[in-house]
Design a protein around this ligand. Structure first.
Ligand code: URP
Ligand code: ZN
Ligand code: ZN
Length: 463
């Protein structure tokens, strides 16, 4: 006996059509009009879209950062993800300087295994450019199923690496079938400006943004793209927050370079004025790169529409206001950077993109699911509705309105940067490898049911 998802409109990155979807075991076994009900359980998809489960290519769960550890671990973070229609995440395993990449991957397996409610894959960060580290990259790709490696141009003395390390990583990934991801902000300049601001007694949350000017992101994005060009390597720019950085990516792509860009929900709906909220509430928006002036939002949205930015990640990195963000009550540079966005990623993309009339359903699926699956070696097992693909399916009700609130969300954190925003469209049901994990407002999945997915070698796909 299978599950027949009946009467919906199937939407992939390229097609929109009316069909039933039959799930048998963990995968999709048939798609067609009026499939026979036989002895299958029937799931009502009438007046609803049938999307492939979302792929969130950018999460930080159970991650030590900023003197604390993220509020969400693999259980609570993936529970929130599932409730929002995401069925696979790609989380960052943090490499420690002087240690092996394998150790980082093993540590992240321990964090995820037995806890994750949905499937997961890993990226690695690169903390140093030692020969041993570089030599491990091909092994990580071929043996561990990690196809992407993030380098940080910011967070001086913490995650920051220099151009030499970035360049070596680009060359190694080019040869081994890996994709370099870059956090593009000029960490040296930020360090100087931050020290100067603090010396002048500028301590409130808004100084986080004012000490990370947009030019720091623009310059670093441009530099990273030129480094990739010299190396002849592909590059993926994570969490693009500004028109200036997005324009650098568009310029690189116009020169024919295999450059990809990702933006995140917080950059589409939050703006600089959020930092000025009273009672230290501005700390919720302390994340990097920072939230920009409002006019950047529509530029980023149109870059998504035109596929000049091809991927939509949450950059979920949750910290409680009470007990974590308040570590920086008297010094903005001590506020842990990050926000809880894993649950509402797709709702925000749907609200501003589809309901806003900027792009259609196919682009929504491409950005939130198919493109990340292709880039991170999970397609076609993940990221589409097709016979043989994993039955990671979202039955999406486009008519239901809800107001986002920390009181109602399923993440383990006391704040939500989208608090009070009303969105139309939400999952009616979510399936992860054939098992229902979300039934309306109820989480019906289970801790530990998620499996590790090995990413295939990176292929420079045209997006
Ligand atoms: O503020 C952020 N983005 N925190 C997570 C770490 C990162 O840079 O992605
Ligand atoms: Zn980053
Ligand atoms: Zn991140």
């Amino acid at each position: 006996m299978g599950t027949l998802i009946k009467g919906g409109t199937v939407v992939t990155a390229v097609d929109t059509y009316c069909a039933d979807v039959l799930v048998e075991g963990e995968s999709i076994s048939a798609i067609g009009r009026s499939l026979p009900a036989e002895r299958h359980a029937i799931v009502d998809a009438s007046d609803a879209y049938v999307f492939p489960g979302g792929i969130d290519p950018h999460t930080h769960l159970d991650m030590p950062f900023g003197g604390t550890v993220t509020a969400d671990d693999f259980e609570t973070g993936t529970r929130g993800a599932a409730m929002g229609g995401t069925t696979t995440i790609v989380d960052f395993a943090l490499h420690t300087r002087g240690k092996s990449l394998l150790e980082a991957v093993e540590t992240w397996h321990e964090k995820a295994s037995g806890k994750a409610c949905i499937d997961y894959a890993f990226h690695l960060t690169i903390a140093d450019g030692r020969d041993e580290t570089m030599a491990e990259i091909p092994k990580m790709i071929d043996e561990q199923g990690v196809n992407s490696f993030k380098v940080f141009m910011a967070y001086k003395h913490v995650l920051y690496v220099d151009d030499e390390t970035i360049f070596k990583t680009l060359q190694r990934c080019r040869d081994a079938g890996g994709l370099v991801q870059v956090h593009a902000e000029n960490g040296d300049v930020i360090e100087v400006i931050t020290k100067q601001a603090l010396a002048q007694g500028k301590t409130e949350p808004k100084w986080h943004a004012l000490t990370r000017p947009v030019e720091c992101e623009g310059e670093a994005t441009h530099r990273a793209i030129r480094l990739a060009e010299i190396a002849g390597a592909p590059l993926y720019v994570v969490h693009v927050s500004s028109a200036m950085a997005a324009d650098a990516i568009s310029d690189g792509r116009k020169r024919g370079l295999p450059i990809y860009g990702e933006t995140c929900p917080q950059y589409l709906v939050c703006d600089f004025s959020d930092y000025e909220r009273p009672n230290f509430e501005g700390a919720k928006y302390v994340l990097s790169p920072p939230i920009r002036e409002k006019w950047n939002q529509s530029v980023l949205l149109h870059k998504l529409k035109n596929m000049e930015l091809q991927s939509f990640g949450s950059d979920h990195c949750s910290f409680n206001l009470c007990g974590q963000k308040d570590l920086g009550k008297s010094d903005f540079s001590k506020i842990p950077n990050g926000a809880p966005t894993i649950e509402d990623r797709l709702a925000i993309l749907y609200e501003v993109g589809v309901n806003g009339g900027v792009f259609g359903l196919n682009a929504f699926v491409a950005l939130g699911s198919t493109n990340p699956a292709k880039l991170f070696g999970l397609f076609p097992r993940k990221g589409t509705i097709a016979v043989g693909s994993d039955a990671d399916v979202v039955v999406w009700d486009p008519a239901v309105r809800r107001t986002i609130s920390a009181k109602a969300h399923h993440m383990n954190v006391d704040n939500n940067v989208f608090e009070g925003m009303t969105v139309k469209g939400r999952p009616r049901y979510v399936f992860s490898r054939g098992r229902m994990v979300a039934d309306g407002d109820a989480f019906v999945g289970s801790k530990g049911a998620g499996k590790h997915m090995k990413s295939a070698r990176f292929y420079p796909v045209q997006l």
